[in-house]
Design a protein around this ligand. Structure first.
Ligand code: FES
Ligand SMILES: [Fe+2]
Length: 419
């Protein structure tokens, strides 16, 4: 747990506040055997896009583990430990076969589950291949993303199927993949911090989305069975705009496209982007996305895969300084944000709740239990709440009454009772 640094109340007092305490290891370290690493490994995690699997293997690093992922010529996806179990040559140089992958060095052939199919240099009487396995993790594909389960082999969970994986009128498409040079948790903190959409994306550096984002929102947060939501309700002229976004534990969040102008009524507009923050290691993280796309938008696969404005490092330093965006705000909180140095305020309620969900899950795993959000048996699609709803509700005369109206409207939308 974090011990906060004493409150600095001395002007010109930097001398008194130079020490940088360590990060919260329990919440941030992701390597094998760490409490958080063990927690994250209880859930299916995306590790690559299907579009990245070609004629040669793909070397990847996930939660500090070096791995190779490939699709064999029979169409099956394999995720194996990078170094060959014979004498350690990297399987990124392996030859993809009809069934599995062959190490380039001495030709050992591995099936996608790690079983050894051939040890061609050994005598026919050798039983080594029947007794030994290459380390492998199970995979499955959805929407062009390859997911892996990297936890204990005896207890794979069910795959969580969110209701937004199948939205009438939309197609689930593989979208962006981009790396942030920082810890996974500060990226997820951002997902339950809606006040930044008014400042970072509007007031601080010009409108990055729509002008409607510049209106300060009434903010609310609620736990859900699989994570939590924020509800940001804004007054935009004669309209009230309710934006709801989900966090699904342990490292998924979902949001609507940032195109809402809030000038016309609409109920529960739900084309969403679903984003996983998958640690590469403690200080680097992949954001990987699926997106619901209206075929009528006529977007190409390249357009869908392009990261949104300011999400990646695709701009010059000068441009990022003048118009900072998510990439800059999140990665500049240090490579691992130090919670002991923070001064959390009223708008950080969502961040506090999110960290509690994560910490509770970590401690459950450490105690030999399942995290609350882990799905053990397949069931109906998991309800999520992400939406833009715009209602025409003229403003109340005084500010306080209008604030109350916003709060009530947001609450009614989330709990399904309109007007
Ligand atoms: S090192 Fe892989 S087969 Fe020898
Ligand atoms: Fe943002």
């Amino acid at each position: 747990m974090t011990t906060l640094r004493p409150f600095l109340d001395t002007p010109y007092g930097a001398y008194l506040a130079r020490e940088v305490p360590p990060p919260d290891d329990e919440l941030t370290r992701v390597g094998p055997g760490t409490p958080c690493g063990e927690y994250l490994r209880r859930f299916w995690q995306p590790v690559a896009f299907a579009r990245e699997l070609g004629p040669v293997p793909l070397r990847i690093r996930i939660m500090g583990e070096d791995l190779v992922v490939f699709r064999d010529k029979g169409g099956r996806v394999g995720l194996l430990q990078l170094h060959c179990t014979h004498r350690g040559t990297s399987l990124e140089y392996g030859l993809i076969g009809e069934r599995g992958i062959r190490c380039c060095y001495h030709g050992w052939m591995f099936d996608v589950d790690g079983r050894i199919l051939e040890t061609p240099g050994e005598p026919p009487s050798s039983t080594l291949k029947d007794r030994l396995c290459q380390g492998a993790y199970p995979t499955r594909e959805l929407g062009g993303l390859v997911f892996a389960y990297m936890g204990p082999p005896s207890t794979p969970p069910a795959f969580p199927f969110y209701d937004t994986f199948d939205l009438p009128g939309y197609r689930l498409e593989p979208a962006g993949k981009f790396m942030l040079p920082c810890n996974w948790l500060q990226i997820k903190d951002n997902s339950m911090d809606p006040v930044h959409t008014s400042f970072l994306h509007a007031v601080s550096s010009g409108y990055q989305f729509t002008e409607a984002f510049g209106a300060l929102a009434d903010l609310d947060w609620e736990e859900t069975p699989f994570g939590m939501i924020y509800v940001a309700t804004r007054r935009v002229g004669e309209h009230v705009w309710v934006r709801v976004c989900d966090f699904m534990a342990p490292n998924v969040h979902q949001f609507t496209r940032e195109i809402e102008e809030a000038t016309q009524e609409k109920l529960a507009s739900r084309p969403v982007i679903i984003r996983w923050a998958v640690p590469i290691d403690d200080t680097h993280t992949w954001n990987m996305e699926l997106a619901q796309v209206d075929p009528g938008w006529r977007l190409t696969a390249e357009q869908i895969a392009r990261p949104g404005f300011g999400q990646s490092d695709d701009r010059s330093y000068e441009d990022r300084q003048r118009h900072p965006a998510d990439y800059d705000a999140q990665s500049s909180q240090r490579d691992i944000a130090v919670h002991a140095l923070e001064h959390l305020a009223s708008t950080d309620k969502g961040v506090i709740m999110l960290r509690k969900i994560v910490r509770d899950g970590i401690r459950a795993v450490a105690a030999g239990r399942d995290p609350r959000e882990l799905l053990r048996a397949p069931g109906p699609p998991i309800a999520t709440y992400t939406q833009d709803t715009v209602l025409r509700i003229p403003p109340e005369k005084d500010l306080e009454a209008d604030k109350r109206l916003l709060r009530e409207t947001g609450h009614k939308i989330v709990h399904g009772r309109l007007r």
